[in-house]
Design a protein around this ligand. Structure first.
Ligand SMILES: [Zn+2]
Length: 341
């Protein structure tokens, strides 16, 4: 186990060295330490980068990576910048941390708390009401939830601290509809999503995962919507597919894409309605620069289109009905499945 982890840490170090520092650093000795006072350390004399053993064995892997990059920033200071008479976390360290996309201020692990739990309970209740069969009630509840979310976000922007959270599974490959869910979160729920390589410690697997960035409470909300949407889409697919004869292998994929696209169309309509009542969409400039610092070399890819098959169209109708229960026109928005991300 420890040998696997050390091999992976060397791999992460090499990736970060090339991605953030263009290969400026020379390989260190990487060790797991038993001490409890620090999460990690860099010893320039022995060229040893140590990480706290319990951190590496038990904490979520993105946090391990965060601490690794923090220590790499110390390494960059002693190997490359070599300032004279500065404290360990002085100006040179701040520059190095910036290059490595780590928060220079955070001394420990990023703590994720949900201070406004009651607001979330309220939003969750409204969202679950929004699946009601009574169309009028459902529409009203969905609109109120959306308004509450917008207001809530404005509060957040004023005192924002950003953090990152992995959402969903770690896998080698993701289906188109799974990518579409993340596109929807980025388009409507004040988070930014990045597909990143992620090590799965339990399976010793180098896979990929969706990393969402935003304020803690927006991440809570996005996580709730993610779970709700995946469960609902699966349920709608089961309901539709039992009645269907002559199924094709691609039906499930197309149906699920349709559901997400239908739900997306519905959120867009709600947004237009909210703008008409004076509650506008507010881009969060802090989040944009946070993401740029964390991933300085992002290339945004254009999305592939989806074929308009029977299963897709059926899923689209079902997706539009997730909160608004009936009577929605379909067709005009099918091409924009993955949103702007
Ligand atoms: Zn430090």
């Amino acid at each position: 186990m420890e040998r696997q982890l050390l091999r992976q840490l060397h791999h992460e170090w090499a990736v970060a060295n090339s991605y953030y520092l263009k290969g400026a650093l020379r390989s260190p000795v990487i060790a797991l330490s038993k001490g409890t006072s620090r999460l990690g350390s860099w010893n320039a004399a022995t060229r040893t980068l140590s990480l706290f053993r319990v951190l590496v064995l038990e904490h979520p892997w993105p946090q391990v990576n965060e601490v690794l990059r923090h220590e790499m920033a110390h390494q960059f200071v002693t190997d490359v910048l070599r300032p004279v008479g500065e404290t360990a976390h002085g100006e040179a360290f701040r520059q190095a941390a910036e290059r490595l996309g780590v928060d220079a201020v955070a001394a420990g692990l990023v703590e994720v708390t949900s201070s406004e739990a009651s607001v979330h309970r309220k939003i969750r209740k409204l969202l679950s009401l929004a699946t009601s069969n009574n169309q009028h009630e459902a529409e009203a509840a969905a609109a109120r939830a959306q308004r509450l979310m917008l207001k809530h976000n404005l509060d957040q922007v004023l005192q924002s601290t950003y953090t990152a959270r992995v959402m969903g599974p770690t896998k080698k490959r993701f289906q188109r509809w799974e990518k579409a869910v993340m596109g929807l979160l980025a388009a409507h729920y004040f988070v930014d999503v990045m597909w990143v390589p992620l090590y799965d410690r339990d399976r010793d697997l180098r896979g990929n995962a969706a990393e969402c960035m935003g304020t803690p409470s927006n991440l809570d909300l996005a996580e709730y919507v993610y779970g709700f949407l995946c469960t609902t889409a699966e349920r709608l697919w089961r309901e539709w597919s039992v009645k269907r004869r002559g199924k094709q292998r691609s039906d499930r994929q197309n149906f699920m894409c349709g559901v997400i696209s239908g739900f997306d169309a519905q959120l867009r309509r709600q947004r237009v309605q909210n703008e008409q009542t004076g509650l506008g969409w507010v881009e969060d400039p802090g989040l944009v620069s946070h993401v740029e610092r964390r991933y300085p070399r992002v290339v945004r890819r254009a999305s592939k289109g989806t074929r308009l098959t029977g299963a897709y169209a059926a899923g689209n109708v079902a997706g539009q009905g997730i909160t608004l229960s009936r009577g929605i026109q379909t067709g005009e928005r099918r091409g924009r499945l993955l949103g702007p991300g």
